[in-house]
Write a protein that binds this ligand. Sequence first.
Ligand code: GLA
Length: 404
Amino acid sequence: MNRTDQCDDENRAADRVADAFRQLFGGSPDGVWAAPGRVNLIGEHTDYNDGFALPMALPQSTLLAARSRADGRLRLHSAQGDGRITELAVAALAPGTVPGWAGYPAGVVWALAEAGHPVGGADLHFDSTVPTGAGLSSSAALECAVAVAYDELYGLCLPGPALARIAQRAENAFVGVPCGIMDQMASVCCTAGTALHLDARSPERHRHVPFDLRGQGLRLLVIDTRVSHDLGDGAYAALRAGCERAAALLGLPALRDLPEGELARALDALPAELAPLVRHVVTENARVGEAVSRLREGNAAALGPILTEGHASLRDDYRVSCPETDLAVTAALDAGALGARMTGGGFGGSVIALVRAGQESAVGGAVTAAFAAAGHRPPHILATTPSAGARRLEPESRQQPPQL
Ligand code: GLA
């Protein structure tokens, strides 16, 4: 699809969401915003260790038609929900009080107010194409759509990383998931055709690294294993706590501060259960640096072995893969993929596979066949491209006809 087709599609989607808004709430929205899901190319479980990551935005987004309200009420509706409108009072929002999906958008409004921003109510209608439970950051897309919409509706003019921090705060403190900042930074700050080189200690200093898949005859497959991952189940929090304990034992502010050259000595000094976590984080940070160098040299194919090494580290040291993600990686590599790894938090979710153009069906078919042979549900597989971060869309009905 070329850029014009993509814009037309987006504008039509914006029209549909604006129409649904009118039917639900009466009258037009003040605007329509979009915030994407993401895949992470490399740099997993590094963000909460103040480390590095390299995510890119997906074309799949959460669309939000929004209108501010003067009475402090927050009304929320999702095309993927149960049809009901959730109605809340902004002044009464408090952590842990809004169950289900509505906690994410409500949490962002709460986090903005908590940070002292002058925000009030709104009518919000969401419609998302980001699959949920697939490890593709559907929650971050939901949060970041609200963050960018509120930024404009309430004239806050906050920079992208500040909006990402607000969204992360919502998830950490309001919803109660102790995630890092990678997903929110990817959703807000990515640009089309690039990957985001993130330093989680200084998100403001992120860089866009050209990732020209098509120009280099490559494709990136996203393989959703359909094993639902859930960051709220305590395993993620336990890993994060393990990393923090290891850093404290080593006398470091965070594991990011352990140089690769000192890894062997540190591993000897740590309890057996913490050493593999530290080895993963330190080697993973190095893999991000390596991947960025290869991309900057214009050699995206060289990412392949780096992805595969990253998977081995997540499987053997960090232990967040599962039989389905391991099988997807092995089957993709056996069928000729240049590299493959699980992406996101793990415990299910999705795998990415870097393939040469023309290999998509062979690799996709091999993974599907391997899943069938193992008795797993068929995976969902699609080719993806590095896409734009959160932005305002223009419904077609709002656009001016071209001047003749
Ligand atoms: C989830 C979290 C992120 C990050 C990844 C693992 O996606 O939301 O902050 O920690 O897991 O890299």
